[in-house]
Design a protein. Structure first.
Length: 218
């Protein structure tokens, strides 16, 4: 049921293009909504997610009437209650994806051992979201399938598993698969005499606590 709503939920949100093309439209939007809209663009993968979040923020803080007033003033289609629910589900589904990518794409304070726990936590969260989703089950399924295909080999790569196990925050708590744990522990045992221990590479998980918890809270 997700795909039939994409066109009215996204493409008919001409508010995005209106506010970019017309100064008068931008003023009407800011007057009614107290903030400007975020416009999706092709350069940032998460721009659509951020644009939807901003619309939902306006609805939460100013009420649906604010968006309705803008649409009427600009002679644009008014979002229906079903379309608003769709946007809410889209944002809920994409939020943990955005947070996971922010963790993994960070330029500082990120470690190799964060990859598999982050991916595993993200896939688990998508499963949870799917249960209560009315319109975005296909989106959850597509995201999960894409992650599993893209990282199929990485998810069972002993070196990445070992890197996660060696981080005190994670150890083996991020997976219930005993075969995965064994791959990591065997890799560690095989390399104990080959490489000197480096405490700094697995040190300090406090910074990652809030980051990974935020995925669960999405």
């Amino acid at each position: 049921m997700c795909l039939p709503l994409i066109k009215p939920g996204f493409l008919q949100l001409a508010l995005w293009s209106k506010c970019g093309r017309s100064t008068a439209a931008a003023e009407i939007i800011e007057d009614a909504c107290k903030v400007q809209l975020i416009r999706p663009n092709a350069k940032r993968w998460n721009s659509l997610f951020l644009a939807v979040e901003r619309i939902l923020q306006i609805i939460e803080e100013q009420g649906e009437e604010a968006i309705r007033t803008v649409c009427c003033s600009l002679k644009l289609p008014i979002l229906s209650p079903v379309e608003i629910v769709f946007l809410e589900e889209y944002a809920t589904t994409m939020s943990p994806v955005a947070k996971a990518l922010n963790i993994l794409q960070a330029e500082i304070d990120v470690q190799m051992g964060w990859l598999l726990p982050t991916l595993t936590l993200l896939i688990s969260k998508l499963d949870q979201i799917r249960i209560t989703s009315r319109y975005c089950k296909p989106l959850s399924d597509a995201l999960k399938e894409g992650l599993q295909q893209r990282f199929r080999d990485t998810l069972v790569e002993p070196e990445f598993i070992a890197a996660a196990v060696l981080i005190p925050k994670f150890k083996t708590s991020w997976t219930s698969d005993e075969n995965i744990v064994k791959l990591g522990l065997d890799y560690i045992k095989d390399h104990l005499e080959e490489e000197p221990s480096n405490q700094s590479s697995v040190d300090g998980s406090s910074t990652s606590d809030d980051k990974h918890a935020s995925i669960l809270q999405a």
